[in-house]
Write a protein that binds this ligand. Sequence first.
Ligand code: ZN
Ligand code: ZN
Length: 366
Amino acid sequence: MKIKAAVLDEVGKDFRIAEVDIDKPKSGEILVKVAASGLCASDLNAIDGKRKLVPFPAVIGHEAAGVVTEVGPDVSGIAVGDHVVMSIVPNCGECEWCKRGIPNYCATAGDAMSVGGLFDKTSRLSENGSKLNQFLCVASFAEYAVVPASGAVVIPKEMPLDRAALLSCAVLTGYGAVVNTAKVQPGSSVAVFGCGGVGLNSIQGARIIGARTIIAVDVSDEKLEIAKKVGATHTVNAAKEDPVAFVKSVCGGADYVFDASGREATISQAWLATGVQGQLTLVGLLKNGAQLTIDAGPFVNEQSIKGCYFGSANLQKDVISLVKSYLNGQLFLDELISERIGLEGLNDAVKRLRAGEGARNVLVFD
Ligand SMILES: [Zn+2]
Ligand SMILES: [Zn+2]
C-alpha cells in the first residue's frame, strides 16, 4: 500500500514528505491508521544525532495513537477497528528480561530497534524498493504504521486519539517517574527541572499523588505558566534566578527532585536542590557519552541519585489507568498540546522543540 510519510534521510536534515510503501503486518503485528503522533525529545535526539537511535534513511515518530485496520497472524486481544496507543516497549515474552518480568528491557525489541526493523529485524516500510528504517518499532510520522501488537494498548473509544498519543511516551515517562520509579509520597516536596512534555507530566503526577510542594524549574516563562496549570505550586525561571537557592528557600531542599532536561549542567543543579535524604531521579535522556560532575557533599545526608527508563511503566496497566484518570478529569492533557500540525508542519515543529518553545506539538491526520 502507498502512504504518505515524513522521511529523514540523515542526521541534521529536514523531513522530506514522500509517498512510500508499507507492507502487510506479519506474525504478531498490526497495521494501524495513525491518528496522532506527538513530537518528543527522543525524535529530536534522532534528528540531531544526540543519540544513535536508528539507522537512516528512516521514518521516525513514536508517541502515537490510531485505529487498527488489519491484524496479522498470531495476534490475540486486538481487532480491526480497535483504538490503540502505540509504544516503544513491545516485548517478545521469551528473552531473559521478559522472563524476569521487566519487559521494558526486552532484548528482542532492543535488537530490532538497533537495525531499524521489527522483531524479525526487517522493516515494513520502503521507498522505490529500498528499505526505510522504522524508528523504535513504531515510525508514526506516517499515515499508517505496522507495529508489534505487544507494544500496543487497546483504549476505550471515548478517549480522544490526539490526547491518547501523549500517554504512550511523555505521560507514561514523566508521570511514571514520579509514581513508579521514585514512589513520591503524599505531603512531600518535589522539584522538577525541565518543563517539556515529560517534566510537565512529572508535575501532574506529583499533584495527583498529593505532594504538598511542587516546584517547577525552566528557562521559559511560557512553560512555567503551563506548569502552574497542571499542578506546580511554585515556579522559578532559571535564566533569571538561581533555582537551587529558590528551592532551598521554599522547602529547605526537596524530598524528590526530577531532571527532565537531560543536560549535564542542569543535573548538577538539580542534585544540589535535593534536601536531607532526598532523591534525584534522572528522567531526561542524556546524549551518548555524557559525563556527570556532581558535588559529593550531599551524600553525607543520605541523598541519592537514580536512573529511570520509560517511567518504570507497566504499559498495559498504566495506559488504561491514565485514560481513566483523563476521562475523570484528574489528568490534564488538553493543556499540554501547544500545536496540532500536519506532515508539512513537522520541520517547523522540530525548530520549536529545539528552541524549547511550547509544550507538545502533535502531528494529526484527519
Ligand atoms: Zn518519546
Ligand atoms: Zn523479550
